[in-house]
Every structure is written in C-alpha cells, then in structure tokens.
Design a protein around this ligand. Structure first.
Ligand SMILES: Cc1ncc(C[n+]2csc(CCOP(=O)(O)OP(=O)(O)O)c2C)c(N)n1
Ligand code: SF4
Ligand SMILES: [Mg+2]
Length: 428
C-alpha cells in the first residue's frame, strides 16, 4: 500500500534522534512523546495519537508540508479548504516538495489568494476558470522539456470549472495522457459567484438559478455529469472518488495517484455550508451521509476499470442526508414531497446495486428488495424520451421516393460515389 509505504519511511526518519530528538519506543514504534490519550485507540479521528504510525494522517506528522496555511478566507466549515489541505499536503510530501499547483478560478482560488496575499506555501499558479487542465498540461510539457520531470504538476478546480467550462481542456489532457494529477473539489454548484447551478448540482437542489418554486421546484431531474465515469471512459491510469469524511482515504488516493505517471483524476465531495444551507459543524457528517446513503459512491479505477469500492455497512435513508440542508428544504413541503424523496432514494439505490456498495446478505429483506428493484432510470429521463410525442409536421410530407428497380440496396448511402436514385415521376 502506497500510503503505508510513505508512513513507514517517515517512521524510519523519526528514529534518527539527532534530527528529530524523538525517542522511539521499541514495543510500539510510536515516538515516546506521542504515547498519550489512550481513549483514542482504534479511532479514525484526525491526530489519532495511539494508532500505529502507518495508519496516521500526514496531518499528524511534523514533516507535513502545510501547503495551505492559515490566513485564507474560506467560510467556517468549508469542505473545499479541508479537502485541498489534505490533498495538496499529501501530494507535496510524496513529491518531496517538488510540486507546482495550477488552480482554476473559484472559491479555492479566491479565498486562498486575495491579492497581494497568498495562503499557499508551494509554487501555485492561477489559470482561468476553464483552462486549468490546459495550463497544467503546458506546465508538465515545459518541465519535461527542461529536463525536470521530477517536479510534479497538480491541477485543481471546483465542479463548475471541471465538469462545465473546463471539460474540453480536461478531456484533452486525459486523451493525451499528460502527466498531471487533476483534483476536482465538488461542492455541487458555482459557489464563488453566489451558488448558481452547475452540471454537478443534484436533482431538486435549490440554487440561485434553480429556485424552489413551481410544479417542479429546485434543480431538474437529470443525470448530471458523472465526471469520474467520464474520466474512466478515457481509460487514464487512475481515477478515484473521495470525500472529506474519510480524509485518510483521500490521502491514500492522492498518494497512490502520485505513484502513477500520466493523467490522473480524483473527484472529492466537499460540502459547502453556505451553498448547501447547512451548519458549518456538519460538513464532515454530510460528506459521510452522502456516501452512506449511496448518493456518492466512493471507488477507485485503473485503466477504465473499477478496482476497489468503499462498502457501506448499512445504507442510510436519503432523508437523513437531505434534511439538514436548506437547499433541499422545499422537498419536505407540499403534496409531492414523498414522490420526490422516493426518486432521490431510487438514485441512491441504483448506485448501491451498480457499484456493489453493500453486502446484500447483511441487509433486511425489505431493504434488499428496494435496492434490487431500484429503477434503472431513476431520473426518468429515458422514460421521458420514449413517451415524448412525435413532433407536429409544419408542412405536408413530400411523397416517398421510389427507388429505380436496378439500384442496389444501400447505393444511396452517405458519401457513396454511386449515382443518386431519382424518384419515379408521378403519373399525374
Ligand atoms: C469565463 C468565466 N466565466 C465566468 C467566471 C465567473 N466565475 C468565477 S468562479 C465561478 C464559479 C466557480 O464554480 P466552481 O468551479 O464550482 O468552484 P467553487 O467556487 O464552487 O469552488 C464563476 C462562474 C469567470 N471567472 N470566467
Ligand atoms: S462558499 Fe462554500 S466553497 Fe466557498 S469558501 Fe464558503 S464554504 Fe467554502
Ligand atoms: Mg463548485
């Protein structure tokens, strides 16, 4: 495991007491001054002091980079700040601090670099809103041309900068397999400019541009853009999803991504208290609920194939995730609320069966049945397409051309050099 390898190296460094001054306990391999707070054994909390070093977060290491340091202006409880700190610190440590970050316009860029200040302690470059992947590709190519391939390039952007305006550049980066790790911090809307809908905004969610009014309040029921699957379709070396609820998993995935050369993509769910209308102390809880409901599957893929999935012990009903967020408050009011919640539940259930998120045998029969019967088309888009009435013709249809008897089938196909068959003149 890459993550364990990195930590082991750190442990070996720590034993050199001339450099660290920390005494190592033979029995536990944990530095003596860390042996406090017994109640934390087995916990997965940040700074888990008694866990074996190989399981600890880079954030508990005195050797961490601290790439996004104090002084930034993110809101209290900002998932994006939390995710970026863990992701970039890990990438920096793994790259021996030989790293450069390219950042799309968006909250992360704005709150970390109010001119002329910066909260970044690594080389960092602001691109435009939509060309981050192209700028990162150029940086990687430039470093290669300068004979400095040891300097690693990461690119980062919000969901708007990634799945909407930046998607063309990102697809090109994937297709060329440029040596860049792209991290998308998905808070499911354009937060920096006042919470407008993006291609990653979930169905029914209220945003500034999807108001909770009318017969279908909030965002429309669509598939959205599943960027992780789009990245997988490019068959790049590594794709992963993660959330700020499991920061060690995020660190592990960044570390693993950095072990590959070529294009890599990590999609991190980062709750936004301001845009989601949630309490700032619920950021981690909501990220966890997003995965435990099945709404946000957490997995890894290599070369376009899924290689690991984070299982859910017990699927949580989607209401538990939706209720604490004011962006979904309207769906709990009004006559159609049960049907709306059922449709969202169907999306979660479909993910559960599609990604194999649960051990079915461990579930109650009614939950098993609900998941197995989850509609293949929870957003109703395909059904809508099938039932769409035929367009009303605006002028009478012209008579169907009769084909001359000696013309071969398919002779009129596109681009054919054969003479176009002429309609037989009508007798009248
Ligand atoms: C071409 C262009 N259009 C619009 C903007 C305005 N703009 C800046 S950031 C942003 C939204 C960013 O949303 P997202 O990428 O999801 O990042 P978030 O702020 O949510 O983290 C917009 C619309 C811009 N900077 N450039
Ligand atoms: S608006 Fe949301 S994403 Fe932006 S800084 Fe605040 S909490 Fe973070
Ligand atoms: Mg966003």
């Amino acid at each position: 495991m890459f993550y364990r390898k990195g930590i082991t190296e750190m442990t070996e460094n720590n034993t050199t007491s001339e450099t660290t001054g920390i005494h190592q306990s033979q029995a536990t391999e944990i530095p003596a001054r860390e042996q406090v707070k017994f109640y934390q054994v087995g916990s997965y909390a940040i700074g888990n002091r008694l866990a074996d070093l190989k399981w600890r977060s880079w954030q508990s290491s005195p050797h961490r980079k601290n790439s996004l340091t104090s002084g930034h202006r993110a809101c209290q409880g900002c998932g994006e700040a939390l995710g970026a700190r863990y992701a970039v610190d890990t990438a920096s440590v793994v790259a021996n601090n030989r790293i450069i970050a390219i950042n799309a316009t968006g909250c992360l860029e704005v709150f970390s670099t109010p001119y002329p200040e910066t909260a970044w302690t690594i080389p960092w470059l602001h691109s435009l809103f939509g060309n981050t992947a192209a700028v990162a590709s150029g940086a990687a190519a430039g470093l290669r041309a300068m004979g400095k391939p040891d300097i690693r390039v990461i690119a980062q952007g919000g969901d708007g900068g990634t799945v909407d305006i930046g998607m063309g550049c990102l697809s090109g980066m994937f297709e060329r397999n440029d040596d860049v790790l792209y991290i998308c911090y998905d808070n499911q809307a354009y937060m920096n400019t006042g919470v407008q809908r993006s291609g990653a905004t979930p169905p029914t969610a209220r945003t500034a541009t999807t108001q909770p009014v009318g017969p279908r309040p909030g965002n429309v029921f669509t598939q959205g853009k599943n960027m992780a699957r789009i990245a997988m379709a490019h068959e790049i070396p590594y794709v992963a999803t993660a959330t700020v609820a499991d920061l060690r998993d995020l660190e592990y995935k960044v570390e693993k991504a950095m072990s590959f050369r070529g294009a890599r993509y990590i999609h991190v769910l980062v709750p936004c208290p301001l845009g989601w209308g949630s309490n700032s102390n619920l950021t981690v809880t909501l990220a966890r609920l997003a995965t435990q409901t099945g709404l946000f599957p957490v997995f890894e893929a290599e070369g376009g194939e899924i290689t690991s999935v984070t299982k859910i012990r017990r699927p949580v009903p989607v209401e538990e995730y939706l209720r604490p967020q004011r962006r979904f408050a309207h769906i709990f009011k009004g006559p159609g609320s049960e049907a709306l919640i059922a449709r969202l539940q169907a999306i979660a259930d479909r993910n559960i069966s599609r990604y194999g998120l649960v051990e079915m045998d461990a579930l109650d029969e009614d939950v098993q049945r609900r998941i197995l019967q989850a509609p293949h088309d929870p957003t109703g888009r395909f059904a809508a397409a099938r039932t769409c009435p035929a367009p009303i013709p605006t002028k009478p249809p012209s008579p169907a051309p009769s084909i001359a008897p000696n013309s071969a089938p398919g002779a009129a196909s596109h681009g054919s050099a054969s003479p176009t068959p002429q309609p037989v003149p009508s007798a009248s």
